[in-house]
Design a binder for this molecule. Structure first.
Ligand code: GTP
Ligand code: OAA
Ligand code: MN
Length: 609
């Protein structure tokens, strides 16, 4: 790691937590780093690390007048997204990983990992990051410790989670259990060997041991592959904890709405990666008198409270948002948060004045940029300037519309749940479920076109139950059963109403049928009015859709034809949709909850099929 100052303050601050001390010792003996640094989470340390990363060429410092204390990173072009094909759930029994996960025998996997991690940190500094997902003052705080040989991961984890000495002390005081999360970019350095800007390994392993509650990640430095508090812990491992402890770990945003009548509502929404969570979480309402505040944009931990109400907290401390499409005209709240600085951008383009740019940031396209791969770029270039999965990583407390309830360990009561995907056809703008179980059916059959957030083909329709397909840490049928069983703890009158939404339906000419973004306020208003029982709906075989005139379109320039396209329930499209659902459900085999098989039967009957 060169001669940067980061090496001079290592191997301090050992721990009195015996389990942690032992694990750190074991990992060091296996991975053979040159140095160990216990991450304290301080501002000074972050400055030291980012200075170091700038000196090494991993980060580019942005113009502080545009983006103070902010940096751009450019990854290896083969390390730009989550690698679902290389992600494993190694439960003791294969059955418990279910058909949606890759599985390998835990002992066989441990052998592979031991070989991969042996000496993998040679020539590098090993960082020990104590972290907590969710509030440190929660009744039962969820601790983790990430060991990584990437300073970029440390700097990003400091934005995404609560990390450092305070967390470590609390873990020590309570001798707390923690999720051990070991990460290596898998690129050891020989003595004197020069490093590259983005070290990684062609071979990637993202592995979870659900019974042990441990995580191993090898070969990638990117996003959900490497920031292990996020998808690996807060969704995959947490979903298993949630199953065992009676709660839910979900891929959902949390949004607070205040109506003109000054009534508040909380909405949770599950959309697959790159399908609009961060945008809806930071909604700028377009209807007068409505106020939106955010609590979370990606992950939501929910449990039923003492009164049978469903309560939600966001376990994350930052936004790791899709950059393309984020602009002052689409998502001004995200832009304002980013503009305060303290952010790390990955795989965006650079402007000539030391700022960042991506497709959709401004309506006017700059005449010259440096693209994410370091090449000159002009509007005539035939490739995007920013990678489609380029990201901004920004502290959530820089969001002006952040609800003060974000900091409340008790969370907020959820009144409505939205499931949504990216579908060009078939799925109407909004459909209300007939009841709770039908809503779970809607979630379980959710489908979406694939995006650049994961490697592989883009635009292919796949089923994505509750937007959790890549994140359910156990058998998918058991997961759906858990959703059904949990509601026994609920006050049935306070169960959230469930809705299916689709902002992405197309018209015959290929354009979006619905303007989306801030205009989604109108759909949320309809949702609230349905909760209040004041909006009219038409009952269709798939659920309740807005009656003509029940969506508030005041001041909106949308043609009646486009609106009809957005809301249509088209039997011919549903014929193939039913076949798709049937095929999907068949894959669950015995583990499909019978209530859901029943729901499918009823749906088919309503279509006369
Ligand atoms: N047409 C349309 N596009 C949208 C809308 N909301 C979001 N998008 C676009 O969809 C892409 C992804 O949006 P995000 O809000 O970042 O998605 P996300 O679900 O937070 O993604 P992850 O962070 O990967 O989980 C961006 O390019 C957005 O501009 C909408 O209402 N309409
Ligand atoms: O995990 C990542 O790399 C980014 C992300 O939020 C997602 O894909 O949903
Ligand atoms: Mn997001």
């Amino acid at each position: 790691m060169g001669h940067a100052p980061v090496q001079e303050i290592v191997e301090q601050a050992m721990t009195t937590h015996k389990g942690l001390a032992a694990w750190v010792g074991e990992v060091a003996a296996l991975t053979l780093p040159d140095h160990i640094r216990w991450v304290d989470g301080s501002v000074e340390e972050q400055a030291l690390l980012t200075d170091h990363l700038v000196a090494e060429g991993t980060l580019t410092r942005l113009n502080p007048e545009l983006f103070p204390n902010s940096f751009a990173a450019f990854s290896d072009p083969k390390d730009v997204a989550r690698v679902e094909g290389r992600t494993f759930i190694c439960s003791e029994n294969e059955r418990d990983a279910g058909f949606t996960n890759n599985w390998m025998d835990p002992a066989a996997m441990k052998d592979i990992l031991n070989e991969k991690f042996a000496g993998s940190m040679r020539g590098r500094t090993m960082f020990v990051i104590p972290f907590v997902m969710g509030p440190l003052d929660a009744e039962d705080p969820k601790f983790g410790v990430e060991i990584t040989d990437s300073a970029y991961v440390v700097a990003s984890m400091r934005i995404m989670a609560n990390i450092g000495t305070d967390v470590l002390r609390k873990m020590e005081d309570t001798n707390a259990f923690f999720v051990p999360a070991l990460h290596s970019v898998g690129a050891p350095l020989a003595p004197g060997e020069a490093d590259v800007a983005w070290p990684c390994n062609e071979e990637k392993w993202i592995v979870h041991f659900p019974e042990e509650r441990s995580i191993f990640s090898f070969g990638s430095g990117y996003g959900g592959n490497a920031l292990l508090g996020k998808k690996c812990f807060a969704l995959r491992i947490a979903s298993v904890m949630a199953r065992d402890e009676g709660w839910l770990a979900e891929h959902m945003l949390i949004l607070k709405l205040t109506s003109p009548a000054d009534k508040t509502y909380h909405v949770a929404a599950a959309f697959p990666s790159a399908c609009g969570k961060t945008n809806l979480a930071l909604l700028e309402p377009t209807l007068p008198g409505w106020k939106a505040e955010t609590l979370g944009d990606d992950i939501n931990w929910m449990r039923f409270g003492k009164e049978g109400e469903l309560r939600a907290v966001n376990p994350e401390a930052g936004l790791f948002g899709v950059a393309p499409g984020t602009g002052w005209h689409t998502n001004p709240n995200a832009m304002a948060a980013i503009s305060k600085g303290n952010s790390i951008f990955t795989n965006v383009a650079l402007t000539d004045d030391g700022g960042v740019w991506w497709e959709g940031m401004t309506k006017e396209v700059p005449t010259h940029l440096t693209d994410w791969q370091g090449n000159d770029w002009t509007p005539e270039s035939d490739r995007p300037a920013a990678h489609p999965n380029s990201r901004f990583c920004t502290p959530i407390d820089q969001v002006d519309m952040l609800s003060k309830d974000y900091f409340n360990p008790e969370g907020v009561e959820i009144n409505a749940i939205l499931f949504g995907g990216r579908r060009k056809t078939t799925i109407p703008l909004v459909t209300q479920a007939r009841d709770w179980t039908h809503g779970i059916f809607m979630g379980s059959t959710l489908s979406s076109e694939t995006t650049a957030a994961a490697t592989g083909a883009v635009g292919v329709v796949r089923r994505d139950p509750m937007a959790m397909l890549p994140f359910i840490g156990y058998d998918a049928g058991d997961y759906l059963k858990h959703w059904i069983d949990l509601s026994a703890k609920a006050d049935q009158a306070r169960l959230p109403k469930i809705f299916l939404v689709n902002w992405f339906r197309r018209t015959a000419d290929g354009g979006f049928a619905w303007p989306g973004f801030g205009e989604n306020t109108r759909v949320l208003k309809w949702v609230v009015d349905r909760i209040e029982g004041t909006a009219e709906a038409v009952e269709t075989p798939i659920g309740f859709v807005p009656a003509v005139g029940s969506l508030d379109l005041t001041g909106l320039d949308v043609s009646p034809a486009d609106l009809a396209d957005a809301l249509r329930v088209e039997p011919s499209e549903w014929e193939s949709e039913l076949a798709g659902i049937q095929e999907w459900y068949a894959r669950f085999g015995d583990s499909l909850p019978e209530q859901l098989a029943e729901e499918l039967k009823d749906l088919k009957a309503r279509f006369g099929a």
